[in-house]
Design a binder for this molecule. Structure first.
Ligand code: NAI
Length: 391
């Protein structure tokens, strides 16, 4: 049972729907098809560092291969508005590849325009940028490279928890400014030992976060998830499940969000729920920005209801320059651990999701069944249980 949670290659059995074990057959592809990739601009860094595979410059390393097969491969970072390269080419593309770091938003409108679209591949994990219900209706398959960056994110979560609890950012800023006033930072610095830490979502990432927290001797590890962990897996990290969300947050000193964004999690952490948090709790969200209400979080930081918020995901990406999460501060001038969306795109992760994207494409082109754990939407609908509870 634990193998599923621990292996990056397999989904835990409880996440498999019955149809998963017999994956949908892929559709027949057209010869000389148009494959469109929306990736992020890597600039000089990508020219100097070829391992930045998720960029428009390095193109997941698949251009020579696709062209040798006679396919047209269009790569762009230009994704907003009807005149964008993305929107112009989606009209007749058969396959769309995009990353969650610079996502092409595949709304219902776009799906209606995309008459030829058969397959959306997420180069990474998290396919909420696609209107999944609209994809089901149009029988567009949505696949992601499950497991490809879950360790990368879990490590970032542990780092973010520590930097908030230990008040790291203001301490470092003080040093850069040339100041030295220990009490100004120590007055809001704590140990993680003895705290209660809980994860919303205990799938691949959430479980890895729990595992990595074990040596810190927290007072208790909690999780909130409609799917219970296998008993053995829960026992291995000594995690207790709390079934009511308000009850759950009211017990945590630190809450970390590790569930996908879907109808049931959009705005889940809102002004009402934040009232139930312990005063001065810390919140870490590396799942998706829109799971937390932007203004409610900013207000909770300002008032001190939350002592800190950290993460790398934003409700819109790239985040506008004046996004309140860039600069929000708690009453003591700290509590902000925000960075651009990069936790799941370390160079190690990029190698894995580029290889996984190629393998999904290969299966599609050769009409082979896809790895069941990678299928979010198959030809007969949702093939995962992680994007909300459905019949
Ligand atoms: P997973 O599918 O292994 O686990 C997700 C878990 O969330 C499942 O156990 C599911 O039951 C649970 N869940 C779903 N809805 C829930 C709800 N309403 N309340 C509580 N739990 C709920 O997914 P994995 O690999 O752990 O990834 C989780 C998410 O993390 C992705 O969907 C993505 O949005 C995000 N992510 C972020 C990255 C980054 O770079 N910041 C990189 C990779 C993933």
């Amino acid at each position: 049972l634990r193998r599923g949670l621990l292996s990056t290659a397999t989904r835990s059995p409880r996440l498999l729907s019955s149809t998963r074990l017999a994956p949908s057959l892929s559709q027949t592809y057209s010869a000389g098809m148009k494959i469109l990739a929306v990736l992020y601009k890597g600039g000089e860094a990508a020219q100097q560092e070829p391992r930045l595979l998720g960029t428009i410059e390095n193109q997941l390393g698949i251009r020579p291969w696709l062209e040798s097969l006679g396919h047209e491969f269009i790569v762009t970072d230009d994704k907003e508005g009807s005149e964008s390269v993305f929107q112009k080419n989606i009209v007749d593309a058969e396959v769309l590849i995009t990353t969650p770091f610079h996502p092409a938003y595949v709304t219902k409108d776009i799906i209606d325009k995309a008459k030829n679209l058969k397959l959306c591949i997420t180069a990474g994990v998290g396919s909420d940028h696609v209107d999944l219900n609209a994809a089901v209706e149009k029988r567009i398959q949505v696949l992601e490279v499950s497991g490809s960056n879950v360790v990368s994110v879990a490590e970032h979560v542990i780092m973010s928890i520590l930097l908030l609890v230990r008040n790291f950012v203001p301490a470092h800023e003080m040093i850069e400014r040339g100041d030295w006033q220990v009490s100004d930072v120590a007055r809001n610095a704590y140990d993680l030992e003895g705290k209660v830490v809980g994860t919303i979502g205990a799938g691949r990432i959430g479980y890895r976060v729990l595992q990595r927290l074990v040596p810190f001797n927290c007072k208790e590890l909690l999780y909130y998830d409609y799917a219970a962990l296998p008993e053995e897996a829960a026992k291995a990290v000594n995690a207790r499940r709390v079934e009511d969300l308000k009850d759950f947050v009211s017990q945590c000193d630190v809450v970390t969000v590790n569930c996908p964004l879907h109808e049931g999690t959009r705005g889940l952490v809102n002004a009402e729920l934040l009232k139930h948090f312990k005063k001065g709790a810390w919140l870490v969200n590396t799942a998706r920005g829109a799971i937390c209400d932007k203004d409610a979080v900013a207000e909770a930081i300002k008032s001190g209801q939350l002592n800190g918020y950290a993460g790398d995901v934003w409700n819109v990406q790239p985040a506008p320059r004046d996004h309140v999460w860039r600069t929000m501060k708690n009453p003591l001038g700290g509590g902000n651990g925000m960075v651009p969306h990069y936790s799941g795109t370390t160079l190690d992760a990029q190698a894995r999701y580029a290889a996984g994207t190629k393998s999904i494409l290969e299966n599609y082109l050769e009409n082979k069944p896809q790895e069941p754990q990678n299928i979010i939407i198959g030809l007969s609908g949702y093939e995962t249980k992680a994007y909300g509870q459905r019949k």
